[in-house]
Design a protein around this ligand. Sequence first.
Ligand SMILES: Cc1cc2nc3c(=O)[nH]c(=O)nc-3n(C[C@H](O)[C@H](O)[C@H](O)COP(=O)(O)OP(=O)(O)OC[C@H]3O[C@@H](n4cnc5c(N)ncnc54)[C@H](O)[C@@H]3O)c2cc1C
Length: 346
Amino acid sequence: MSASSHQSTQVEKDVNLKPLNTFGLPCTAETLVRIHSDSDVRRLLDDPSLGAGPKWVLGGGSNVVLTQNIKACVLKVEVKGMRCVATRDDAWIIEIGAGESWHAAVQWSLAQGFPGLENMALIPGTVGAAPVQNIGAYGLELKDRFDSLDAVDLITGRSFTLNGEQCDFGYRYSVFKGPLAGKCVITRVRFKLPRPWQPVLGYHDLARKAQESGPVAVTADQIFEWVCDIRRSKLPDPSEIGNAGSFFKNPVVTEEQCKDIIGRDPEIVHYPMADGSFKLAAGWLIDACGWKGKSIGQAGVYEKQALVLVNRGGANGQEVVTLAKAIQESVYGRFGIRLEPEPVVI
Ligand SMILES: Cc1cc2nc3c(=O)[nH]c(=O)nc-3n(C[C@H](O)[C@H](O)[C@H](O)COP(=O)(O)OP(=O)(O)OC[C@H]3O[C@@H](n4cnc5c(N)ncnc54)[C@H](O)[C@@H]3O)c2cc1C
């Protein structure tokens, strides 16, 4: 890697992205620019050699599968800062820089006395990427705590603000995976943390922990600890085994489809949704097809949770994609359901 100062934009050349993606996949970025503010984006856009070319935004690299070297200029988001911007009767509003670690932001908000994000503790990645797929875990999604965000348009350099409705959040979806995909950089996110705080214990693992702890009132710190413990026992730590978390979205099917599958596979894990549809556990479908613990090349299916694909050491992005396609074909062949990958394949 070499670095040169391009006008006032600091450009790094031939950057090794292997340590910058949690799958640990080999990949080089021809050019990389670190973004610390909205004006850094505008400076880059004004740069005669980089401004007009393609760009790709990178956060913590925990939801990407890198299959080839990247020719587009990589914008590594490193906008910092965490502060409370309003204390209202009904909520605390906190604002976090997009380059902050998500887990550090959850810890900071709890330490400051602003609970509400604890169910989403220990999700890897940055705060700026969290709205992109509307992250969620243990009964809570980002949209449930979202206020607004600031972003910069990658063509015009104009800063703009979006509220929740404009972000069009859905299950692992937002406008940043639809019409705004690749078109802007999120630089700050504001969260609305309801007052008074109420625990969210609907998820079965958390409900069980609460039951085991007896009649004492549950605190946000306690939920944070439980979520961290449960996650550590179920998910591989990317610093030890490369992975991108859940590799496929849980498919949503109609009641008729669900009944049809239950008729053939009575044990299928399924959850009723508010709109009458059913969410099926993708991990269960993959396991039922016999994939748990299997590998293609150095890419494998995690032994403890079939929804997680892992790098057994030295895997490349193509091997991960080949494994994912083979799994999709088996699941389609047996259940007639198309699994959709959660990470972004580049
Ligand atoms: C072990 C493990 C467990 C996980 N558990 C969960 C979980 O429980 N729930 C869940 O929802 N996810 C989970 N994930 C997935 C991942 O952590 C989240 O999707 C996270 O939000 C990705 O953040 P990132 O900064 O690493 O994004 P990256 O992987 O760097 O980027 C992901 C996408 O977002 C875009 N992007 C990133 N930053 C910005 C920005 N500032 N502006 C515009 N676009 C941007 C990128 O271009 C890319 O398309 C898990 C991953 C791992 C490895």
